[in-house]
Write a new protein. Structure first.
Length: 284
């Protein structure tokens, strides 16, 4: 499933908690991490241009505890006017099968916002993207922050619309299920259909039941959930009920069809207050 992850790093208080989350990815079968930093060049920015060696030394220091944890770590620094495109190009160059980016609270005074780079990465990526949630500690300063749910496989929530477009996300959840304590499969139905729409029978009910059985056949613990309402809001609300990771597809039928990151996935990332793994439909 996953073997190598490319991790976008920036010079911010989020770097240490983000790095602290990475050893857990060994449970995802990842054995190689690429720590990547993009020096943004352009009309205003570009102060880091020409200081690539300093950035490599900084990344090498961050890599030390990861190597001690048994991970192979590569370092990459690149100049670009388009950080998202540069990160995805590096992911392709290194043949990574997962991109990891952190997103943190804006000034630690408001709820999570999905920064422009992270948003562009998710919009353009054709491989799974893990959005790590970083927020302030009780100290409440920008210098003291922590990762939410450093152990992401305690309780996993898979949000699916049971369509073909959700199958790649379902397959990832099934593969991770043996490592997770529990994997719940959530289907969100329109609120106006409450009482009229029943998933208790028919092809969709069979698909949901089959999904849970596949999770259990892999040695995981699965459960089906059906909720009503606006999908992003419901997924975010349910995700905060003790779940440590939310998995959803990048495209889907109905409420995610033709999705750009500005719609369902973006809103879930912004309001779920949990790590989110977004899985594009696998080509072929």
């Amino acid at each position: 499933m996953f073997n190598k992850a490319l991790v976008g790093m920036d010079l911010s208080p989020a770097e240490k908690p983000l790095v602290g989350c990475l050893p857990e990815l060994r449970r995802w079968r990842i054995d190689t991490i690429v720590l990547a930093h993009v020096i943004r060049v352009g009309y205003v920015e570009g102060a880091g241009y020409g200081h690539e060696d300093e950035y490599r030394a900084w990344l090498d220091r961050l890599a030390a505890p990861l190597r001690e944890a048994g991970l192979q770590v590569d370092i990459s620094v690149i100049d670009s006017g388009d950080p998202a495109d540069a990160l995805l190009s590096l992911a392709a160059e290194h043949r990574a099968d997962l991109v990891v980016v952190g997103s943190r609270s804006h000034s630690f005074a408001h709820d999570l916002f999905l920064g422009s780079v992270a948003k562009d990465v998710v919009r353009r990526s054709d491989i799974p993207v893990l959005i790590e949630r970083i927020e302030a500690t009780e100290a409440g300063t920008a210098e003291t922050c922590r990762a939410v749910c450093p152990d992401k496989l305690v309780r996993v929530l898979l949000a699916t619309d049971l369509s073909e477009h959700s199958r790649s996300a379902e397959e990832v959840a099934i593969e991770l299920a043996p490592k997770a304590t529990q994997t719940d499969c959530l289907v969100v139905l329109p609120d106006q259909g409450r009482g009229a729409i029943d998933l208790g029978q028919g092809a969709e009910a069979e698909r949901l039941d089959s999904l849970v059985k596949r999770i259990e056949s892999k040695g995981g613990h699965g459960r089906a959930r059906v909720e009503y309402g606006e999908p992003p809001n419901v997924i975010a609300r349910v995700g905060q009920e003790g779940y440590s990771l939310v998995i959803l597809g990048k495209h889907g039928r109905g409420w995610i069809e033709g999705m750009t990151i500005g719609n369902t996935a973006a809103k879930v990332c912004e309001i779920a207050k949990r790590p989110v793994l977004i899985v594009p439909l696998e080509k072929g």
